[in-house]
Design a protein around this ligand. Structure first.
Ligand code: DCP
Ligand code: MG
Length: 369
């Protein structure tokens, strides 16, 4: 794969807004500035989860996806703010407009982050660091918001780098630093490695990129499937995925394969509850609502079925997702079989820009490998 034509080193920038929803609220409501605020959740701590927390609130340990009740325990003065998705979408649109001054190769991953390929840039600036600085400055001047940038030779490293010096960060991992950076990286920081995989790696004594590097490609594939092939390359700094400007994904979801087959409806409902929460969080993160909810079931004999229900209006509420999928599950009875996997997804969005997904409904790292 390293032939002459591939020797051109890419320049990739990953931009991610700082405490995005909370920063928009602090900008638009001066009374929230300098205060611990969370967007989402409910003020009485009755229910709901935190979408995001201002940096002031994070000092108390408040984080995205945390139950409101817990946030209130950590900081009794915290202010709960109702989300205004239209405002976030508007800021998101403006940020993308700023990006487009420099390149047309823009791949948004959610409302607040995107990859940019600036190997050649429209203004012939040349330096990716300089471009990132200018973009950050334009976001400050025109939107009164801060962003963090990661700059490197591939998407994987750029994405991790943008998170290293938040907020208002700018982190450059140059070509000669990539391999050492990957060796030192803890496996749980690998973008796309979920908690389950990270735990599995640790049980195998694999804690960092350097540990993964000791395994052959065959070993990695044996333990981690297709992803293993990706890990083999990425720990060597090789990630040839292109920035894809016109990517459109049609559904967003999550699924879980169980260690034991499920036999009772109570167990199944409990699992649906958990999966629905993950899906709900993702919908919030991407600012999306869908008109169709789909339930996927795989039985212990590997037979797979899907059932879906559509609504006249787009939905994203957790209780609707739970209720609908539980009803869809019931509609499959009597199906006297054990269940190995359950999945929930939403589709029929009004949006066009979405993160890439693989068939498991998770952010995909492996499509182009
Ligand atoms: N979001 C959400 N639920 C989550 C995670 C995020 O609703 N579980 C929303 C709110 C965030 C936005 O998506 O503001 C962007 O997500 P990020 O993960 O980039 O988080 P922030 O931008 O809030 O903070 P950071 O400065 O860490 O990027
Ligand atoms: Mg962010």
């Amino acid at each position: 794969m390293e032939n002459e034509t591939n020797n051109i080193q890419r320049k990739i920038i990953h931009i991610d807004m700082d405490a995005f929803y909370a920063s928009v609220e602090q900008r638009d409501n001066p009374e929230y500035r300098g205060k611990a605020i969370v967007v989402g959740g409910s003020p009485e701590g009755r229910g709901g989860v935190v979408a995001t927390a201002s940096y002031e609130a994070r000092k108390f340990g408040i984080r995205s996806a945390m139950p409101s009740k817990r946030a209130l325990q950590l900081c009794p003065e915290v202010i709960f703010v109702r989300p205004r998705f239209d405002a976030y979408k508007e800021s998101s649109r403006k940020i993308r407009e700023i990006f487009s001054r420099y390149t047309d190769l823009i791949e948004p991953l959610s409302l607040d982050e995107a990859f940019l390929d600036v190997t050649t840039d429209k203004l012939q600036i040349g330096s990716a660091i300089e471009i990132a600085k200018q973009i950050k400055q334009a976001i400050k001047d025109e939107l009164q918001l801060t962003a963090s940038a990661g700059i490197s030779v591939n998407k994987f490293v750029a994405k991790i780098a943008s998170d290293l010096n938040k907020p208002d960060g700018l982190t450059f991992i140059g070509p000669s630093a990539v391999e050492e950076f990957m060796e030192k990286l803890p496996v749980e920081k690998f973008f796309g490695v979920g908690r389950v995989t990270a735990d599995k790696m640790k049980r195998m004594g694999l804690h960092t990129g350097a540990d993964l590097k000791k395994l052959s490609e065959q070993d990695l594939r044996q333990h981690f499937g297709k992803a293993g092939g990706f890990y083999y390359k990425i720990v060597r700094g090789i990630d040839t995925r292109e920035v894809q400007p016109h990517r459109e994904t049609k559904s967003l979801g999550a699924e879980d394969t169980f260690a034991y087959d499920l036999t009772t409806i109570d167990e199944m409902n409990a699992e649906l509850d958990k999966i629905a929460k993950t899906v709900h969080e993702r919908l919030l993160k991407y600012g999306l609502k869908g008109r169709t909810i789909t339930l996927k079931i795989k039985y212990s004999d590997f037979k797979q079925i899907t059932r879906n229900q559509s609504f006249p209006h787009p939905v994203n509420a957790l209780d609707i997702i739970i209720k609908t999928t539980q009803q869809l599950l019931l509609s499959t009875y009597p199906e006297d079989k054990k269940i190995r996997l359950l999945g929930i997804s939403l589709s029929n969005f009004n949006e066009v820009t979405l993160p890439p997904e693989n068939k498991n409904g998770q952010l995909s790292l492996f499509d182009d490998m």
